[in-house]
Design a binder for this molecule. Structure first.
Ligand code: GAP
Length: 514
């Protein structure tokens, strides 16, 4: 059912100008997408919400915009050349390729689903008296599933940490995990696959050197640490934020824009005193969770997930997960990256990367806590949470609508201005209103089709307010406003529209509540 809804959401994104397959004319390119006329507006609003919350709300966080191409040694120093791998496995019958760890994670998720099923059955049985925590702790069936889940999770984490590719394959065999396409367990060996895209820089064959498309934006921040710290006279603790493209040759690129080969990241590296990093890690976890929850999609749909397997650079790591239609999945990662990156760049560049702490009267390489979120994944999270199909049938008359209940501050179009008819001075009046609002808000003018059809079109793209200019408007200087979510209508004076839009769609209001 939820999967069905997800398919409809993907189709909706294409039909209403949110997201198109890249090179659609040539039948698309695997896991690469283009954003359409509404998609780009939503994406820009998400970026602004993030950027302002980082750089405007924190006097000690500044932004940069570093290049996608970087010196090839950067990726040697960061460990990406040697260790940015995914374990892949092929099914010999379907010829499909998978990430071995993802196949196992899906098996782990099956235990979670079984637990959820038991809980919801019991909830129905016991009604109001149901104590979920007690049930989970004491029910033997739930305990059995939880134990199986823990055992498998631990075995996978060990195999990944030890880089034990044979055991990864053995887990897949032991748990009888089959290919989702052909249903057989006819698997190849597990191999490591580097995710970086490489290209060449330079025009002559002899002079060309191999360079990479960056797989994360973070390294652009690390190599600029000294530049920013010195020119900005930044004092620790301080952060550097960046939004930009990243590229990964993902093996399993499924679920629409959830996992792409070209995507955008919003990353912030927070530089702290050695020894204080776990305290900052805990603070950033809470702060980032709050940022997500403020969008109003329900606290119960978010959770933390601590990493079993830590990346080569981290001493703590956690994901913020959202309940997508295909289950709880990562939206953002918060990582305590120690002094690994700066130390490595110091070693490989031969340049000293130290910070002199005037309070301690000593120099050190700062530790780093990173918050890293994908713009595209956040986009998908917001659309999944906003997409609604509503049955509006009344008195035997069938009716329905698809509506995107986007947070007004993020909606691509804030208000649609509609003359009731295309004549008798109403279009001119509507244009006047548009002229008044367009400098501050993205508004749209629509005069085609019946008012009902125009409302439905605006619902489908998530416009929170529609106003209709009718004959009375020419006399009383008022319009009918229709609210997207409730479909209620009321009369408002035209000179109230600016204040109303400001109050209801202002990003500043969200930021104020952080
Ligand atoms: N600098 C740390 C880093 O890149 P990550 O967990 O690999 O960490 C951070 O990525 C975030 O970037 C993820 O939480 C996700 O939102 C986004 N992301 C990563 N790979 C992605 C992909 N292939 N497609 C879309 N978003 C991706």
């Amino acid at each position: 059912m939820a999967e069905d809804l997800f398919k409809k959401l993907v189709a909706h994104c294409k039909e209403y100008g949110y997201v198109f397959p890249s090179s659609d004319l040539y039948d698309g390119l695997g896991a690469v997408y283009d954003y359409g006329q509404y998609g780009v507006e939503l994406k820009n609003n998400i970026k602004k919400y993030w950027w302002d919350s980082m750089t405007r709300l924190h006097r000690n966080i500044v932004g940069i915009d570093s290049a996608i191409f970087m010196h090839p040694t950067v990726w040697k120093a960061s460990g990406h050349v040697d260790a940015f791998n995914d374990p892949l496995i092929d099914n010999k019958d379907s010829k499909k390729r998978y990430r071995a760890d993802v196949l196992i994670e899906e098996q782990i998720a099956r235990y979670e689903e079984k637990i959820e099923k038991e809980v919801s059955k019991a909830q129905k049985r016991f009604g109001e008296k149901f104590d979920e925590a007690l049930f989970v702790q004491t029910n033997p069936q739930v305990q059995e599933y939880a134990a199986q889940k823990a055992k498998l999770t631990e075995r996978m984490a060990k195999a990944l940490n030890d880089n034990d590719l044979e055991d990864l394959r053995q887990i897949i065999l032991d748990y009888k995990i089959v290919c989702p396409v052909c249903g057989t367990a006819n698997w190849t060996e597990v191999r490591q696959f580097n995710l970086m895209f490489a290209t060449e820089m330079g025009s002559t064959a002899e002079g060309a050197s191999k360079i990479y498309l960056r797989p994360e934006t973070a390294q652009g921040i690390f190599v600029n640490f000294l530049n920013v710290q010195k020119t900005g006279r930044m004092k620790i603790p301080f952060g550097i934020a960046q939004i930009g493209k990243a590229f990964r040759n993902e093996i399993v690129a499924r679920q629409f824009i959830f996992r792409m080969r070209e995507f955008e990241q919003m990353e912030m590296q927070f530089f702290v005193r050695p020894g204080s990093e776990l305290e900052w890690f805990a603070r950033w976890k809470e702060s980032r969770m709050k940022w997500h929850r403020l969008l109003g999609f329900g606290s119960e749909n978010y959770r933390f997930h601590d990493h079993e397997k830590l990346a080569h650079y981290a001493n703590a790591a956690c994901d913020i997960e959202y309940r997508f239609p295909f289950g709880f999945k990562e939206v953002e990662g918060i990582h305590s990256r120690t002094d690994f990156d700066l130390s490595q760049h110091q070693k490989y560049s031969g340049k000293k990367i130290q910070y002199f702490d005037t309070e301690l009267n000593e120099s050190y390489i700062p530790y780093v806590v990173e918050t890293s979120i994908g713009v595209d994944r956040m986009f998908l999270q917001i659309l999944s949470a906003s997409y609604c199909e509503e049955d509006l049938s009344k008195d035997g008359k069938q009716d329905s609508r698809v509506v995107l209940k986007l947070p007004p501050a993020l909606a691509p179009v804030k208000m649609a201005v509609m003359p009731l008819v295309k004549k008798e001075g109403l279009p001119e009046k509507a244009q006047e209103i548009l002229e008044m609002l367009k400098y501050d808000f993205n508004c749209q003018y629509d005069e085609k089709d019946s008012i009902g059809k125009r409302y439905r079109r605006q619902d489908a793209i998530g416009t929170p307010f529609c106003i209709t200019v009718d004959h009375r408007s020419l006399e009383d200087n008022a319009v009918t406003i229709r609210y997207r979510d409730t479909m209620e209508q009321e009369r408002v004076p035209i000179d109230r529209l600016y204040a109303l839009l400001k109050e209801k769609t202002d990003l500043g209001d969200l930021l104020r509540r952080i």
